[in-house]
Design a protein around this ligand. Structure first.
Ligand code: CP
Length: 301
């Protein structure tokens, strides 16, 4: 096992399952708020986020704290990155301070791999551009595993801004490795990320895509990554591709609804769907802490 976690593409089925079991071992500690331990006492964790984050950053910081590690976030906007210090030099400084693990988020695909090549501590990819978001895919898989118990033959439909989504890519790598069938759907302009080559079915027909799905994963429209207009208006996106209770009538009775968040309520998903019995969105957030506890422990051990 490598000491870094840079992407799902590099992981074997066995390694993925080990991460799921690692999260399971920590789930009760997140649910029962008084169950903490000190397995990472003496370990130092630093988050280095060049892009905004609520879930990934906070859940890593809390996961570290719950395991007794010392945790620090480098605030990029008040750091010497503003004086043009490079990513590698910034990472080398954290490494020199004695940090054991750096969690990096960056807008450049490959940023975590670059950092890992240059520092001696462990690096976790907290999202690199439109490339990968491995810890999100692992927590998503853990949530699916809890509800569906097995991946073989499972139909997973991912709807939204597929072309720009590191979450979609990491989930396609992971779920196809474990034997699930993945279908991606959305406007044609947001499906151009060569998803067929990664092993996913591709369709612009959302109704058909959700009909046989056991899991429906909704993604945010990432306007900040669009270089040109990809659809006429958000209202039209919502009309044709937004997931609401009317569209969910085409889904299986026991389908679960997922979203990595942040969510744009009323755009790609309605508030009624978010709070429906099929939604496991807030479980995903909670499982994110358990998964990140498992990841930290595995990388340190
Ligand atoms: N899902 C996710 O990565 O959320 P953040 O951008 O808030 O970390």
């Amino acid at each position: 096992m490598t000491k870094h976690l840079l992407g799902i593409r590099d992981l074997s089925r066995e390694e993925i399952m080990q991460y799921l079991h690692a999260a399971k071992a920590h789930k009760a500690k997140v649910k029962n708020r008084n169950l903490r331990d000190n397995s990472l006492a003496g370990v130092s964790l630093a988050t280095l986020f060049y892009e905004n984050s609520t879930r990934t950053k906070m859940s890593f910081l809390l996961a570290g704290e719950y395991l007794g590690a010392s945790v620090e976030d480098l605030n990029i906007s008040t750091s010497s990155v503003m004086k043009d210090e490079t990513l590698v030099d910034t990472g080398l400084m954290l490494d020199a301070f004695g940090t054991n693990i750096i969690v990096l988020r960056h807008s450049m695909a490959g940023a975590a791999h670059l950092l890992a090549k240059n520092v001696s501590c462990a690096v976790i990819n907290g999202g690199d551009g439109s490339n990968e978001h491995p810890t999100q895919a692992l927590l998503d898989a853990y949530t699916i595993w809890e509800h569906k118990h097995d991946f073989a033959g499972l139909n997973v439909t991912i709807i939204g801004d597929i072309a720009n989504s590191r979450v979609a890519r990491s989930n396609i790598f992971l779920l196809t490795k474990l034997g699930a069938k993945v279908t991606v759907s959305g406007p044609a302009t947001l499906l151009n990320g060569n998803m067929r080559a990664l092993g996913a079915e591709v369709t612009t027909d959302v109704k058909a895509a959700i009909k046989n799905a056991d899991v429906i994963m909704v993604l945010r429209v990432q306007l900040e990554r669009h270089k040109a207009c990809q659809f006429p208006s958000l209202q039209e996106y919502t009309k044709f591709f937004g997931i609401d209770t009317e569209l969910l009538q085409y889904a299986k009775q026991d389908a679960i609804i997922m979203h990595p968040a942040p969510m744009n309520r009323g755009v790609e998903i309605s508030s009624r769907v978010i709070s429906s019995g099929a939604s496991v969105i807030f479980e995903q957030a909670s499982n994110g802490v358990a998964m990140r506890m498992g990841i930290l422990e595995r990388l340190i051990s």
